[in-house]
Write a protein that binds this ligand. Structure first.
Ligand code: HEM
Length: 496
């Protein structure tokens, strides 16, 4: 073979390899579903997402509204090296994915692999039988009786600590209110999950702070896996370097803390445990001893902390931002309501807040097999189905002409203003819907309501915009806390 032939063979082989890798890399849209604007053949929507990464929810909202204008019920977003993503935009499709075809859509390996390090096989991260068992046992924790008898006391007790702390802050001094909400909800959820008072609000338990810092870091680092190429975080994990090394170190601290508590509990006698009535006890005393082991208990407790802590803290942060900044007339209405014997308006404000500013702005499920959505839309196995409370709740086709307006009154029954109006689960999806509806929905609303009314009654807050422009940018995580916190000043209200 002469040199020229060898050169041509090498060149062709190289070209074929390049074509192969480009094809492997580039997004592969599903046919029959409209692709969102700004799509490039090689990089899909990656450049558009990068350009808009600081306002990703607003940007995707614009895509959804465009699709809605064209009468589409869903649209596609495509990224290299990941399965196709279809965002659904009607109550009919939401109900189909979250309820009607429940077994065809799940967390799948896409979700599970990334969060396994933190959540293990806990309720949040599993499908099928394992999910069902945990959901059934944990549901006992969220009965109306326990909410009234136990949880309300937990929220009020920690609320008093919050108030005491705010009294120590001098008038005019700027502090981060969001950080305090994260401490409050951590203290409440740990009390409810394992009957332990971490007291992170007052920093009085030294070990607790180490645990909370490691937990926060681990939560952030594991969510980074969702925006890194799959091979990149897996390689870093293999070689134990970079963010994956940090994640592993944080998880050692988190696990040591949780396993210690579990061990202490196992040494306690059954009567002491029974009296506690917390989530860990509920599982410890369960008869199915084959199911319950230390790893199972660790997974369930951590899953509840993840589910219940950041979500509620983010909800409270947005509530206070909007009451004291965007919609100032609400404060007086909430204060006036304190003299009535119901809290319908506060309830309505909380629902409206979760509608327009949902603490979990984005969610997804994986198609576990080939499925046809209503409208004969073919969805191949492994497609990522996204549903996005942030823009879904702003669609006129779902919420009417005033969908983008913050109007708590829409939640109040027109015929009886003492009563809240109920909306379909598939129209209001801030707490998910169907068999996987958030287990802690009532608890979260009660927690936010208890603290909000305690604080608003006692204090007046002002958003600090003097030192720097307040940054409305959201953190990149499952929840959308403010990137730079919530800088506020506080003063005691005079005419209570
Ligand atoms: C404002 C606060 C909250 C919001 C917006 C919220 C929202 C959600 C959402 C969207 C999901 C579905 C996630 C998924 O796709 O699997 C979910 C699930 C869940 N939430 Fe919440 N949540 C809140 C507070 C809480 C609290 C306080 C708890 C309890 C401690 C809790 C416990 C759970 C559990 C256990 C699940 C998993 C349910 C299952 O998969 O069967 N949540 N929540």
């Amino acid at each position: 073979m002469d040199v020229m032939t060898i050169f041509i063979i090498c060149l062709v082989t190289l070209l074929l390899c390049i074509i192969y890798f480009i094809n492997l890399f580039r997004p592969k849209p599903i046919s029959g579903i409209k692709i969102a604007d700004n799509y490039s053949w090689l990089f899909g929507h990656l450049p558009a997402f990068q350009t808009n990464k600081n306002r990703i929810h607003e940007y995707r909202c614009h895509l959804a509204m465009n699709a809605e204008l064209q009468g589409d019920t869903c649209f596609q977003e495509c990224l290299p090296l990941t399965s196709s993503r279809v965002d659904i935009l009607t109550p009919e499709l939401i109900e189909f994915v979250l309820k009607t075809e429940f077994d065809s859509f799940g967390k799948g390996n896409y979700f599970r692999d990334k969060l396994h390090v933190l959540l293990g096989d806990g309720i949040f991260n599993t499908d099928g039988q394992r999910w069902k068992q945990q959901r059934k046992i944990a549901a006992h924790m969220f009965t109306q009786r326990l909410l009234n008898e136990k949880m309300i006391h937990v929220f009020t007790e920690h609320g008093h600590r919050f108030i005491d702390l705010l009294h120590t802050i001098p008038e005019g001094k700027i502090f981060d209110l969001q950080k305090l909400f994260f401490c409050y909800t951590m203290d409440c959820i740990c009390d409810i999950a394992f009957g332990l008072n971490l007291n992170t609000l007052t920093l009085s338990v030294p070990d607790a702070q180490e645990f909370v810092d490691a937990f926060d870091q681990a939560n952030y680092l594991s969510s980074l896996r969702f925006i890194q190429p799959e091979f990149s975080w897996r390689l870093k994990r293999l070689f134990n370097i970079g963010s994956e090394k940090k994640l592993k170190d944080c998880m050692k601290i988190v696990d040591r803390f949780i396993y210690n508590i579990i061990q202490q509990r196992q040494n306690d006698d059954t009567t002491t445990n029974n009296k506690r009535g917390d989530l860990l006890t509920l599982f410890l005393v369960h008869e199915d001893k084959q199911l319950i082991n230390d790893k199972f208990l660790r997974d369930i407790v951590l899953s509840f902390i993840v589910a219940g802590r950041d979500t509620t803290a983010t909800g409270l942060s947005h509530l206070f931002y909007h009451v004291y900044h965007s919609y100032p007339d609400i404060e007086q209405k909430l204060i006036d309501e304190r003299h009535k014997n119901n809290s319908v308006y506060l309830d309505a404000v909380l629902y409206e807040l979760c509608r327009l500013h949902p603490p979990v702005p984005f969610d997804l499920k994986i198609a576990l097999k080939d499925v046809y959505l209503p409208g004969n839309i073919f969805i191949p196995k492994s497609t990522i189905i996204t549903y996005t409370p942030y823009h879904y709740h702003r669609l006129k086709s779902v919420w009417g002409q005033d969908a983008e307006e913050f109007r708590p009154e829409r939640w109040i029954d027109e015929t009886n203003e003492q009563k809240l109006k109920t909306e379909s689960q598939y129209k209001f999806i801030a707490f998910n819907a169907g068999p996987r509806l958030c287990l802690g929905k009532t608890m979260a609303l009660l927690e936010m309501k208890t603290l909000a009314s305690m604080l608003i009654n006692e204090f007046h807050f002002e958003l600090d915009e003097s030192t720097k422009k307040f940054n409305t940018q959201m953190k990149f995580q499952g929840t959308c806390a403010f990137e730079d916190g919530l800088p506020m000043t506080v003063k005691k209200r005079k005419n209570k």
